[in-house]
Design a protein around this ligand. Structure first.
Ligand code: MG
Length: 369
């Protein structure tokens, strides 16, 4: 099997309402998503999606994906999409770094591998059955009462795990948020307080030692070194996210005893191939992981749910679904969806979904021999 054509589509995806991170420092209203269609010489079609969460969250932006693909796609033509490690080596040679631009291409190749093998991705990734994965809500920064109201709304939709976004300039308000949410949360629900790197180590140590926080604290500071300093001096388990970009970062995180868990996001680390390597490392060292994508429609969500579903339950926490925040649905009704607090990957070969071509419109770029 050889790659014969790569088509790239761009889609602006408005959020149902503005979303605030990091104490309101970061605001999002619309996502810029890139869909990739890879056709093979034997007639199979694979799909991938790359969608940064705006351009202020990570060193990634929508137009950057399409510029990266311009450099990567010609090198992939005539290669066998099923040879995933080979495909990734070609991409790393053609364009060092820029992992987020490689992710949709890698994802579409996984889709082709699954279809050609007649297997769903959760099976190729090591799962024994299409296990449902608990879903994780995402609670935008607000006053303590606004955040509790959002948690209650999410609970009504089946969510039992919540990611509460904190980390403002006002330390006293962050303490209030943590105390109020920890006290209001029912015993059978869980929360991660996601600081989105807003605190300095001194602030993190001060805040976290003056509250009784439930469950996990995520990405308290900007760098891995700063987070490691905090992890040594607080009681809560630490989850890391934005400071981890490649496998070596994860190795360093483990060596520095900086966390007890990580977010595994294909678009942040370069695709499903690299996310799976990190997932396997995380299982080896006993981490607990949220496996989900950075953003996107149910296509990107479903790819991540295949990986999450194939991960031992002891090592996976809940997965966030980006498509739950969107006005539009580019893969209408398909893929992994929240069903009373759980998302289950499709059992069809490959990713198991096809985008609505009318919604995607004409490709913005086509690469072929
Ligand atoms: Mg996070």
């Amino acid at each position: 099997m050889k790659i014969s054509r790569i088509s790239v589509f761009q889609l602006g995806m408005p959020l149902t309402k503005p979303y605030f991170l990091s104490g309101g420092r970061l605001r999002f209203e619309q996502l810029d998503s890139t869909f990739v269609k890879i056709e093979s010489d034997d007639g199979l079609v694979g799909w991938g999606e790359g969608c940064p969460w705006g351009h202020t969250y990570l060193p990634a932006h929508g137009a950057g994906i399409r510029a990266g693909i311009e450099a990567l796609a010609p090198a992939l033509l005539d290669e066998d999409p099923r040879s995933l490690d080979h495909i990734n080596r070609i991409m790393d040679l053609a364009l060092p770094g820029h992992p987020y631009a490689k992710s949709p291409l890698d994802m579409a190749c996984w889709d082709l591998l699954g279809q050609s093998a007649g297997l769903a991705l959760w099976q190729i990734m090591g799962g024994a059955s299409a296990l449902p994965v608990p879903v994780n809500s995402s609670i935008s920064t607000g006053t303590p009462q606004e955040m509790i109201d959002l948690i209650n709304k999410a609970s009504a939709k089946g969510y039992r795990t919540h990611s509460a976004k904190i980390g403002g300039a006002d330390i006293a308000l962050d303490i209030e948020r943590i105390e109020a949410i920890s006290a209001a949360l029912p015993a059978n629900e869980k929360v991660t307080f996601d600081v989105n790197r807003a605190w300095s180590p001194g602030v993190a140590i001060q805040v976290l030692n003056s509250v009784t926080a439930r469950d996990w604290v995520e990405q308290p500071c900007q760098t891995l070194e700063q987070c490691a300093q905090v992890a040594q001096r607080v009681a809560n388990p630490i989850m890391l996210d934005e400071c981890l970009h490649d496998f070596n970062d994860h190795l360093d995180a483990w060596k520095m005893r900086s966390c007890e868990g990580v977010k595994v996001k294909p678009n942040r680390v370069g695709g499903l191939t690299k996310a799976r390597q990190i997932r396997d490392f995380g299982v080896s060292v006993g981490w607990q992981m949220h496996i989900e994508d950075v953003g996107g429609s149910a296509l990107a969500d479903t790819a991540a749910i295949h990986l999450a579903s194939s991960t031992p339950e002891a090592n996976r926490l809940a997965s966030w679904l980006g498509h739950d925040h969107l006005v539009i649905d580019p893969v209408p009704g398909q893929g992994a969806r929240n069903r009373n607090g759980f998302a289950t990957p499709p059992t069809m070969p490959g990713l198991g979904l096809t985008p609505d071509l009318d919604l995607l419109g004409d490709p913005v770029a086509v690469y072929c021999g």
